[in-house]
Design a protein around this ligand. Sequence first.
Ligand SMILES: NC(=O)c1ccc[n+]([C@@H]2O[C@H](COP(=O)([O-])OP(=O)(O)OC[C@H]3O[C@@H](n4cnc5c(N)ncnc54)[C@H](OP(=O)(O)O)[C@@H]3O)[C@@H](O)[C@H]2O)c1
Length: 294
Amino acid sequence: MTEQMNLGGSFTLPGTSMTLNRMGYGAMQLAGPGVWGPPRDLDGAIAVLREAVAAGVNHIDTSDFYGPHVTNQIIKQALHPYPDGLTIVTKIGARRGEDKSWMHALSPQEVNDAVHDNLRNLGLEALDVVNLRVGGMMAPSEGSIEEPLTALAELKRQGLIRHLGVSNVSPAQLAEAQTITEIVCVQNFYNVAARGDDGFIEELAGQGIAYVPFFPLGGFTPLQSSTLDVTAAALQVTPMKVALAWLLQRSPNVVLIPGTSSVKHLRENLEAARLRLSPETIADLDLIGAAAPM
Ligand SMILES: NC(=O)c1ccc[n+]([C@@H]2O[C@H](COP(=O)([O-])OP(=O)(O)OC[C@H]3O[C@@H](n4cnc5c(N)ncnc54)[C@H](OP(=O)(O)O)[C@@H]3O)[C@@H](O)[C@H]2O)c1
């Protein structure tokens, strides 16, 4: 049994009893190469999930379009029946083509189908949190999100969803969403080198809403920065640990979901919660984002 560790403190999603340890886990990488199942190593994927939960991770981010279906099925195989206090956050709004492409799936029918797919593949009667994902692969694109979010709000009213979030959105889209339903979290692209949401994070902190950066380690193109390397060498840790520690110190409403298919990397990522960066180090790291605006 893995020793439970301090995972960066916790953050309670607004208006909920869901208190998330700030270091969570993003399950996308478990599906397999190109986020298309099956995984190269199913036993390894199951081991990563079990190790995460044993170490105290109580927030797993997923989607039924990872695999497709495969990531959710692995989560169910590894962890069902789920331990008390585990929050599984899923997202809907996309589907995969047979050529492995990613397409929007935002019609009310597609939204409804996706929620039922998630329920079935995760083995749940209600989904803890569903993020409506809109926009492009990396960045939001303006436009109304009323139709799909209204469909999700209706499924929430029916008891199939407990809470709603949004992903890949602009501040204007969040404001529109909040006229339709309560939003507990925003999941957008952000990391030490991609700082486009700096102002948005402050705004969300003021509202008590969680900000969950996707691609915290750079995603499919892992972060590369000489400043990160130099800082990591000086602290005798890895650059990935520094990148995660920087995010944890960025704002108390930042909740992390680094992804990995490796137990070794998982352990390393969780240990980042113990790393405390000095103000001088943070000032140095801030220059990475200034040099490489998104
Ligand atoms: N809302 C959205 O549109 C959206 C988009 C993308 C992702 N997401 C969510 O965000 C989560 C995180 O994103 P992500 O997994 O794509 O990107 P990420 O966390 O930025 O990085 C994952 C990549 O970094 C590697 N890695 C992880 N830990 C490492 C370590 N300690 N040392 C070296 N390499 C390491 C992983 O490879 P290994 O497997 O070899 O460790 C993987 O290639 C996903 O799981 C998903 O749930 C959401």
